[in-house]
Design a binder for this molecule. Structure first.
Ligand code: 9MR
Length: 350
């Protein structure tokens, strides 16, 4: 059938438009398989997402979030962090954290607690306090014990220590390290184990996905903790990727270096940011990136699950942090699944 000249011209205009940027006609996902179902069928414990309290008033967002065939696990994006939970010394507020823990329970989802000891989102009474070895040890123990006890029996895992390393493999010099050296790590892990013996205790960090000093330092830390009988059960690979920079081979090697030491691993904060405007080709590359990361978790038996750092571009942290980048999540800002969604399904089927 011949297209009329004007219709063909319109199509060609549309083609040019879609080649340059994502538009209303940007490619979308075609798979009908739900992602947590795909993960479980593949023998993994969960496929999950971060969420955050302000988003829970968005009914369209919550409708997808609450589908446990889609998401079998939640991580609170902010409301279990120190500044939210213990804003003043020994004054605890579990309101926001409870909202997400209750939602997870009501919808039959696993929950990962995030996080207990981190240099960021610390109230100033901690970060700017004047501490001795004894007083800061007591502060860490009180914070960890109170928070972990509050959620005891409900948590699959806790990110007990978050982002302890610089990219060059040295310990980050925050108030904890500067006061206690690396002992703050064993102090927090030991307190967490005592408060909830059934929760898996994790250390979580970014840039463990590549070879180099940072993963080497993490392997050494786990080796040292194991040798000292300090409880450690898992390592989280945050996995905040830049489009086209997934190195599946390094990621697999690094995960296996850790599982060989007797800990499990998880992909804890996956996203894949694109330099804007994103082209259709970029969305195809993003599909390949997601497939490749999930495929590595499949290839490593000790990789228990995959969490994305919110499911939709509508609530992604990327645009406000990395100027000129965005569209990092598998659902677009209108809650429509992108080709990346199909990549995740393919990854679990690999
Ligand atoms: O998603 C979180 C965002 O809403 C906060 O503004 C930000 C503040 O630090 O923290 C984000 O989550 C981070 C996570 O807790 C640890 N790894 C990096 C994540 C992205 O910054």
């Amino acid at each position: 059938m011949m297209l009329s000249a004007s219709f063909a011209a319109l199509l060609s205009l549309l083609h040019v438009a879609t080649a340059q940027t994502t538009t209303a006609s940007a490619p979308t996902a075609t798979s009908t398989v739900a992602l947590n179902n795909a993960a479980k069928a593949a023998g993994k414990l969960y496929f999950g997402t971060a969420t955050d309290n302000p988003e829970l008033t968005d009914t369209a967002y919550v409708a997808i979030l609450n589908n446990t065939n889609m998401f079998g696990q939640l991580t609170p994006g902010n409301s279990m962090k120190w500044d939210a939970i213990e804003p003043e010394q020994n004054v605890f507020d579990f309101t926001g954290g409870d909202q997400i823990a209750d939602l997870a329970e009501a919808t039959g989802k696993i929950i990962r607690g995030h996080n207990l000891v981190w240099y960021s989102q610390l109230p100033t009474w901690v970060s700017s306090g004047t501490w001795t070895t004894e007083t800061l040890t007591a502060v860490i123990q009180n914070h960890v014990t109170t928070e972990v006890s509050h959620y005891a029996g409900k948590m699959y895992a806790w990110d007990v220590i978050n982002e302890p390393f610089n990219d060059d493999g040295t310990f980050r010099t925050d108030v904890f390290y500067n006061t206690l050296g690396s002992d703050y790590i064993s102090i927090a892990l030991t307190a967490a184990r005592a408060a909830d013996p059934n929760a898996k205790l994790y250390i979580n960090d970014y840039n463990l996905e590549y070879s180099g000093a940072k993963i080497d330092a993490m392997v050494q830390l786990v080796t040292d903790l194991k040798a000292a009988d300090v409880p450690i059960d898992g390592i989280g690979f945050e996995s905040h990727f830049i489009l086209g920079e997934v190195d599946a081979s390094s990621l697999q090697t690094n995960m296996e270096s850790l599982t060989a030491l007797g800990v499990e691993v998880a992909i804890t904060e996956l996203d894949d940011r694109i330099e804007l405007p994103a082209t259709d080709a970029d969305l195809e590359q993003q599909k390949a990136d997601y497939e490749s990361v999930v495929g590595v978790c499949m290839a490593v038996s000790g990789c228990v699950g995959v969490t994305i750092w919110d499911y939709t571009d509508k609530y992604s942290w990327i645009p406000s942090t990395f100027s000129g980048y965005g569209e990092a999540c598998p659902w677009d800002e209108n809650l429509v699944p992108k080709p990346a969604y199909d990549g995740i399904v393919l990854g679990f089927q690999s």
